[in-house]
Design a protein. Structure first.
Length: 356
């Protein structure tokens, strides 16, 4: 069945009496659940927080679950009834296609689900299911993380923290950002927001993208011109999806093309970077520092030298997370529900071939 037909089937609501069952598969604030319920009376919304993991922080969509045998049986029965899932079920990733055979649409709470869907073979095992991402939801938090990291680096924040901890007073000179060049690899919604905020700081913004978005930067490079772009960059930011095309796209060669003293930021995926090559470039002093939100192995192992490098900011894959995230995802989901009911195209449909 082709994608157009799948979407048509998903949209079909033959009569006002037909009810589509939505199962919310990760914690959501009660007022946001009610917002979903208010979209349309034809939607049956099931939310059982006692069967879900308790969030460890705001917008925690992967909280550990503990269910009694009775609760597990109840959850499986709900999966069997679901037509639409709000978020992937983290407790039944391997057998989701079998336990939720009627699901025709999954709204993810994450933007980068391409590799996950591919690795779980959902594109093959759930061929009649549409997957929509949370693309765009995390643009502002991630862009603000980049601005924070750049300012911390050039203003010497990590040095200040160390000196304050040991009550050591020693004046030093930082620098400012005006006229510095920030290069972005990946000019989607996050990259565009990074460009906007960086320009506000007086930086020159250049970039490249797998699809081509020249209008959001001061100077655009085709992806094949990556090696020509790198020598111009004072700061390099990675924000591309992990695909076969982008896997380890930044390695020792690419890092060596950056100017000595460049600053490196990765908010994409650990797999798009050769991490040992980065560690060597930092150890040698060729790069002046790095801010890393994603890693080859997560959680980052205690044995990783990145933990103890004085010029590295380690973030536990939390740069995108905001206490406003659930509300923003709910807004997206409600808009998609209205589109679904009106037979209109859904936003953020995952291309299971391109993986974004």
């Amino acid at each position: 069945m082709n994608k157009a037909k799948m979407i048509q089937n998903l949209h079909e609501l033959p009569s006002e009496r037909v009810t589509k069952t939505i199962l919310i598969a990760s914690y959501l604030e009660p007022e946001l659940v009610e917002r979903i319920r208010q979209v349309d009376s034809r939607l049956r919304v099931i939310y059982e927080p006692d069967l879900l993991g308790k969030p460890r922080y705001a917008a925690d969509h992967s909280a550990p679950h503990e269910r009694t045998p009775e609760q597990e049986a109840q959850w499986r029965a709900l999966l069997a009834q679901a037509d639409i899932l709000f978020d992937f079920d983290q407790t039944h990733r391997p057998d989701l296609p079998e336990l939720a055979p009627h699901v025709g649409w999954v709204q993810s709470t994450s933007a980068g689900i391409g590799q996950f869907v591919k690795n779980m073979k959902y594109d093959q095992r759930m061929p009649n299911t549409i997957f929509t991402t949370a693309s765009g939801i995390h643009a502002r938090p991630l862009a603000e993380f980049v601005v924070m990291a750049v300012l911390m680096h050039y203003k010497g924040a990590l040095r200040m923290f160390r000196d304050q901890h040991r009550k050591h007073w020693e004046r030093y000179a930082g620098t400012d950002l005006e006229g510095r060049t920030l290069a972005i690899v990946g000019l989607g919604r996050v990259g565009s927001e990074i460009a906007r905020l960086s320009r506000a700081l007086g930086m020159t913004v250049i970039g490249t993208d797998v699809k081509g978005s020249p209008e959001v930067v001061d100077r655009y490079y085709e992806l094949g011109q990556l090696h020509a772009m790198l020598p111009v960059a004072d700061v390099l930011v990675l924000i591309v999806p992990h695909t076969p095309q982008t896997a380890k796209m930044i390695g020792a060669k690419e890092l060596s093309l950056l100017p000595r003293g460049a600053f490196f930021i990765n908010i994409a995926r650990g797999a798009v970077l050769d991490e040992p090559a980065l560690i060597e470039a930092l150890r040698s002093g060729y790069l002046s520092g790095a801010a890393l939100d994603v890693f080859t192995e997560e959680p980052l192992p205690p044995s990783s030298p990145l933990w103890e490098m004085p010029n590295v900011l380690v973030s536990p894959h939390s740069a995108s997370t905001s206490d406003r995230e659930n509300a923003r995802i709910t807004d997206l989901f409600c808009d998609n529900l209205r589109r679904f009911l009106n037979g209109e195209p859904l936003r953020n449909v995952l291309n299971t071939k391109l993986l974004y």
